[in-house]
Design a binder for this molecule. Structure first.
Ligand SMILES: C[S@@+](CC[C@H](N)C(=O)[O-])C[C@H]1O[C@@H](n2cnc3c(N)ncnc32)[C@H](O)[C@@H]1O
Length: 186
């Protein structure tokens, strides 16, 4: 089932603009471009940071292998509650900061993950937390795994270069606002 536009999602995003950084969920074009580098046949464990209303989450679940797992970390409890209503046994939702990836993977007895997908508005998060989140993404990705994210600016580009062996950038106008897509390979 494709995520539909719900006014209530935009209202939640606007009410929490200081942590969401946007007024509308990502477009289907942005989501398609973001997830394009994933090989869903071989990927068995994906972490999603900042899933919000679940528009990226739903796209992941539609394409994921039946034996894959998706672990979502969402800071906003209202969005976390909304995500828990998605009926899919592959999905694990945590109302938690993205910096706590390791402790959540420990709870699930998971070592490393294939991919981390992020919609986090890094420019709105304090520098210390951004450093902890990015270090944790790098530490918990398998070799060859990908950190796929979109950002509305290039402010954090320099933070990715030391942590990943390859960082590729694309840009899409097909979202409001237009966005940079990062494909960071460990
Ligand atoms: C731009 S919205 C993205 C929502 C959705 N994934 C999309 O693409 O439309 C960013 C989301 O990140 C969440 N968020 C912000 N800081 C976070 C953090 N430190 N840890 C986890 N989630 C966070 C916000 O609550 C919000 O739901």
């Amino acid at each position: 089932m494709k995520a539909k536009f719900h006014l209530s999602d935009s209202i939640k995003l606007i009410r929490n603009i200081r942590t969401t950084g946007t007024i509308a969920p990502s477009s289907q074009a942005l989501i398609r471009a973001l997830l394009k580098p994933i090989d869903f046949e071989t990927s068995r464990c994906i972490v999603e940071l900042g899933p919000g209303n679940g528009c990226v989450t739903q796209a992941l679940l539609r394409q994921m292998h039946p034996r894959s797992q998706l672990i979502c970390l969402e800071l906003n409890y209202e969005f976390a509650d909304q995500l828990r209503r998605i009926e899919d046994s592959r999905l694990h939702v945590y109302n938690a900061c993205a910096s706590s990836i390791r402790s959540i993977l420990d709870q699930l007895q998971i070592g490393e993950v294939n991919h981390v997908i992020s919609s986090l508005p890094l420019t709105l998060i304090d520098d210390d937390t951004v450093s902890r989140i990015l270090a944790s993404v790098g530490d918990n990705l398998r070799s060859g795994g990908r950190f796929l994210q979109y950002q509305y600016s290039l402010a954090n580009y320099g933070d990715m270069k030391p942590l990943f062996s390859d960082v590729k950038l694309r840009f899409t106008l097909r979202n409001m606002p237009p966005a940079f897509l990062y494909d960071c390979v460990k």
